[in-house]
Write a protein that binds this ligand. Sequence first.
Ligand code: PEP
Length: 272
Amino acid sequence: MDKANVKQMIRNEIVSSLLKTQKFLIVGNWKMNQTKHEVMSFLDAIVDYDFGNKNKLVIVPSNPYLYLFEDKLRYSKILYGVQNVFPKNEGAFTGELSIQMTKDFGCKYAILGHSERRTLFNECDEFVSKKVRMCVQNQIIPILCIGENLEDRKNGNYKKFLTNQIKEGLSRISGEELKEVVIAYEPIWEIGTGETELPDQVEEINMFLRKFIIKEYGNDKGKNITLTYGGSVKPSNVGELALAQDVSGFLIGGASLESKTFKDISDILNGN
Ligand code: PEP
């Protein structure tokens, strides 16, 4: 075996032993994908799979299929959630989903302020912050998505942009409630494009974001908040990205649609 292979083997060993101990949140965002048949096959393929006890797994399907999740995952450790909620309890809001409806189906998480909702449906920080409040008040964990576009990234404004999104998104919750929130950093130009930042770049931004949260909310709260990364994460890059400091999980779109890749990602993050 040549030196390069030996080096790679040693590196793989180190990576897997690090991943064996670190805990991750793994969230699959299915967006507007999957048919009823595909959802059933996916659930059949994962329901008895050994995902281990270390990481937390969450799948976020389209709303019509939540009843299948409630039924199939009743005795499973896999959690599920919704891709959006409306910040009012009930009323004349055609096409919207209330927090009670998410609870009726056993949801535990809600993705809020995803860049697709911000750009395609004009959701602003103020509106997103009301949804964050609604979730925290009702024991649904909000996954507050933040992320800059390519223009902001290139012109150097992105750090200010991201910290504003955090400040505004969290403006209706107290420091105490911060532990009930997940922040998902997703650079917009990497979502669904196959492009992913280098682990060093991910590390730099996540460290910056955590430092900012510590400064704003105090050491304990900032240190413990779950800060995930998303943007074309897949089995081939998740191991390296998981080594980046201050990344406590992943929000995964495309690669979460197939049960095989979802399981592969879980295996890698278990250090297997
Ligand atoms: C996402 O939906 O939030 C996402 C990160 O998608 P993808 O993994 O496909 O880039």
